[in-house]
Design a protein around this ligand. Structure first.
Ligand SMILES: C[S@@+](CC[C@H](N)C(=O)[O-])C[C@H]1O[C@@H](n2cnc3c(N)ncnc32)[C@H](O)[C@@H]1O
Length: 329
């Protein structure tokens, strides 16, 4: 979609991005999405570990924060409006004498962001194509007021724009937190640990010796380290599907994701269950929560010899699973 709109913009406006330009792209989710930028020298700003691995494998330079100047920047709009504003401000700050292109789907709120931008910069033409829009402005604009500040949730918890449940504790995690003492002893992992709400609740159990907090979102991984200061926790910025502990674990706790970049996909949660079975020792225990409509029972039964619903509400279900099946590990 970006590719279609960018090619269209290129036809309409001569040389909008010279082929020799160094370009920084915020929020590219795949190499295919930005093929239209070839042969320009592209740096991607991306913090989601599976996408970082894929972009790097495709030969694209990837960074998590920008500490250099570029000839031009492109913001591929994320769904979170505060994150979109933050990215646009960062993009404007790292371009000297060039343009910032802002591109997005209507369903991701491009209209609203372009409307806000028009009030603060001199926006170029707005081109519509493929259910989205693209426009651009000269990067000499000061958008520092669009930078997002950490969000204070009380209890010593802070979050940042764009992370999962940035505005408060997720109700499914709050339900799961009530039960973590059932499994938390010895060495364990919190899969998809986010900004650290469950991590801190698990660490509140004195029997926990070591806890690995595995999170793919770099911003969440960074803020979690401020939210959970405890010598027993090891924070790992990684894709759960690729991560392996030094030794099989005694317990795993998870509120698995079922969305990536706003797209629902229960296969992601299924992958987390399979990972839990893979990384647990023979008598290990797995505690997880899920939205009631999600189809996880079959995978749990395939991966574990004992599965029970420990608690539930009309919206959520909490499962306790034990004794991972060797064939599924
Ligand atoms: C439902 S949230 C739970 C977050 C946190 N445990 C809490 O209770 O607030 C799931 C988390 O998994 C992370 N995640 C998604 N895919 C992942 C992956 N492949 N590897 C590691 N973490 C992932 C998301 O970024 C998100 O923070």
């Amino acid at each position: 979609m970006f590719t279609t709109r960018f090619s269209f913009a290129h036809q309409e406006v001569d040389d909008i991005l010279p082929q020799t330009a160094s370009v920084v792209v915020f929020n590219a989710q795949s190499a295919d999405q930005i093929t239209a930028l070839r042969p320009r020298h592209v740096t991607a700003v991306q913090g989601f570990a599976p996408v970082v691995h894929a972009l790097t494998a495709a030969g694209i330079r990837v960074v998590q924060d920008v500490n250099e100047d570029f000839d031009a920047a492109i913001v591929l709009l994320p769904k979170s409006k505060s994150l979109a504003r933050d990215m646009t401000a960062k993009a404007a700050a790292c371009v000297k004498g060039g343009v910032v292109l802002v591109d997005g789907q209507k369903s991701d709120g491009i209209d609203s962001v372009l409307k806000d931008l028009k009030r603060v910069v001199s926006l170029g033409p707005i081109l519509s194509k493929a259910h989205g829009k693209i426009s651009w402005f000269d990067a000499d604009a000061d958008l520092s007021a669009w930078r997002s500040a950490p969000i204070d949730l009380g209890d010593g918890f802070q979050t940042v724009a764009g992370v999962f449940s940035a505005d408060g504790v997720d109700p499914a995690s709050a339900l799961l937190a009530k039960h973590v003492a059932v499994v938390a002893r010895g060495v364990g992992a919190d899969l998809g640990s986010g900004w650290g709400y469950l991590t801190r609740n698990i660490l509140a159990v004195a029997d926990v010796k070591t806890l690995f907090a595995i999170e793919a979102d770099f911003d969440a991984h960074m803020i979690a380290q401020k939210n959970c200061v405890d010598a027993r926790v090891q924070f790992c910025w990684d894709d759960v599907a690729k991560w392996a502990p030094p030794k099989p674990l005694d317990f795993v706790v998870s509120n698995p994701p079922f969305h990536t970049f706003g797209q629902a996909d229960p296969k992601i949660g299924i992958g987390f269950i399979q990972t839990a079975a893979r990384i647990l020792g023979p008598s290990g225990q797995f505690l997880m929560v899920a939205n009631r409509h999600l189809p996880y029972e079959e995978t749990l039964e395939q991966c574990f010899q004992m599965v029970s619903e420990l608690d539930g509400t009309p919206k959520f279900k909490v499962f306790l699973a034990a004794r991972p099946r060797k064939s599924k590990r």
